[in-house]
Design a binder for this molecule. Sequence first.
Ligand code: NAI
Length: 246
Amino acid sequence: MRLANKVAIVTGGSRGIGLAIARRFASEGAAVVVGDLDLEAARLAAAELEKLGVGAEAVKCDVAQTEDAELLASHALNRFGRIDILVNNAGITRDRLLLRMSESDWDVVIAVNLKGAFNCTKAVAKTMLRQRSGRIINIASVVGLIGNAGQANYAASKAGVIGLTKSLAREMAGRNITVNAIAPGFIETKMTEDLPESVRQAFMSRIPLGRAGTPEDVANAALFLASDESSYITGQVICVDGGMVM
Ligand code: NAI
């Protein structure tokens, strides 16, 4: 029970990587608040987490909206009395080559992936600063490190998340709050299931470990960053990518 008595918020926690993280945290004793655009799916996730014997709550929220992020944090605080861990996981893609990328393709990806992480972090910051402890885990991507044709908006948002991570790690270290990022590589989720076979094969050929990752692979890294075992680690980007980027 590495997270006994801890309270975690996981954005985009109703499926994919976010759900795997929520499950992993709950299995280690954390109460989990699942914030997601899709309230029905979030409710199903929370009901599943409760079966693991922890408190769980579903909150409808669009992380791109400041008020929604504030509502998410206040729900967690009102129900559980503290916030120990925030996982900024909600993310979207609108992949197109630059000349076909519309202004709205750009704006919405930056709003959800980058501003969403800012909004939610700001919403929990006061509580964590007051508690003089906290863990913030941002789900970035390897493409935020190396770029990817067709993903200028997404890669820029994830590179932004890495800059946000390092800046806030410096800002909040004095209050015992760590801020780290995980950069997943190619993980089997809804986000990647619709990719054309040629793109999938191109990714596979670049993975030394020779397989796609699972949401659980990412969740294991998140658990480490949320646990006491990582208390001397901040401002880092951990690639969970089968060796794709090294
Ligand atoms: P997914 O598409 O399966 O799940 C995303 C979740 O976020 C969904 O539950 C969705 O409803 C929610 N969501 C979307 N927009 C939201 C918003 N505005 N506010 C609140 N919730 C919102 O995606 P997946 O694959 O689980 O991705 C999770 C994170 O991991 C994302 O940040 C993604 O960029 C990142 N990632 C995924 C990789 C992959 O290969 N699947 C690789 C690298 C990073």
